[in-house]
Design a protein around this ligand. Structure first.
Ligand SMILES: C[S@@+](CC[C@H](N)C(=O)[O-])C[C@H]1O[C@@H](n2cnc3c(N)ncnc32)[C@H](O)[C@@H]1O
Length: 285
């Protein structure tokens, strides 16, 4: 949905833009071209590995990359002595480079240590979370963030397994998930049940929904100049609900996308991971 995103960002030379989830810099590269050398681009990411990739596409004068959550945009602007920004883009979730990273266990198909933190300097890895969490709390995480039907059985198996040995790798976790789901259900399932479990645990250890909710409440709105635009791509119904509800505050936002923009069937065919993506845009009043 690159075209739709760029259309809603409504870029022109000289604008100041924050890409709050710069990732490998795909969107930022296009933004950089559109705002020209006199425009300012600020790229944020919680993951230092992604910033190293972004550097290859976005560099030079008026281009700034920082390891920070978009929730901290205010302090980064202060450091750079930038008063406000004209546009903010958030492209939430995980990048394909993180999925392919064999060190942090984002993908169930690669055997790796179970970490899944975007920023490994702080917080708790999935291994540590699974070592201490109560069965009921894990059940809640798998239900809320993964919509996992067998959340109760998986949570029970996790607690049983850690009683004999820690759950340290993606393979350990896949074995636990597999043992909790009836073979018939596994055979009939369109996607691997581990997909939902991994997604739920990643959202939990990175506290992703709280970052989004808190940022929408204050920082993103404060950072934008009046008339500035915020464009958000979500991949999960919980994220989209948070964005939709926040944009309903009519004294703060003027909604540009009455209905969220979704990818065309052709785009989903080429890039199946885009199937749950939704784009919303609002203007600061
Ligand atoms: C889907 S990727 C972005 C891809 C990017 N738009 C591109 O074109 O390459 C999502 C990125 O957001 C980052 N991320 C997730 N939560 C974040 C947060 N709260 N603040 C900053 N970055 C975050 C992830 O580390 C990941 O690199």
């Amino acid at each position: 949905m690159l075209r739709e995103v760029l259309q809603h960002l409504d870029l022109r030379p000289g604008l100041t833009v924050c890409d709050g989830t710069v990732g490998a810099g795909g969107h930022s590269e296009k933004i950089s071209q559109a705002i020209g050398e006199e425009g300012i681009l600020l790229g944020l990411d919680r993951d230092s590995m992604m910033l190293r990739l972004a550097e290859k596409r976005v560099s030079g004068q008026n281009r700034h990359l920082r390891q920070a959550s978009y929730r901290e945009i205010g302090s980064v602007l202060e450091e750079l002595k930038i008063e406000s920004v004209d546009r903010i883009l958030l492209d939430l979730g995980l990048s394909s480079d993180q999925l392919a990273d064999s060190e942090r266990g984002f993908a169930f198909s690669l055997d790796a240590p179970l970490d899944m933190r975007f920023d490994t300097r702080s917080g708790e890895s999935v291994t540590r979370l699974l070592a201490r969490i109560s069965e009921s709390e894990l059940d809640r995480i798998l239900t809320n963030y993964g919509e996992e039907r067998f959340s109760g059985a998986i949570a029970r198996r996790v607690v049983e397994r850690r009683g004999t040995e820690p759950i340290k790798t993606t393979r350990d976790l896949c074995e636990v998930v597999e043992s909790a789901i009836p073979a018939k259900v596994r055979r009939q399932s369109r996607s691997d049940p581990a997909t939902r479990v991994f997604q739920a645990l990643r959202i939990a250890v990175n506290d992703e929904l709280r970052h989004l909710e808190e940022a929408l409440k204050t920082e993103l709105h404060q950072a934008l100049a009046p008339g500035g635009r915020l464009v958000i791509i979500t991949f999960h119904s919980l994220e989209d609900r948070i964005v939709k509800n926040s944009f309903r505050e009519e004294d703060r936002w003027q909604v540009v996308t009455r209905k969220p923009v979704s990818p065309s069937p052709a785009e989903v065919r080429v890039n199946p991971r885009s199937r749950s993506a939704l784009v919303r845009c609002a203007m600061k009043k």
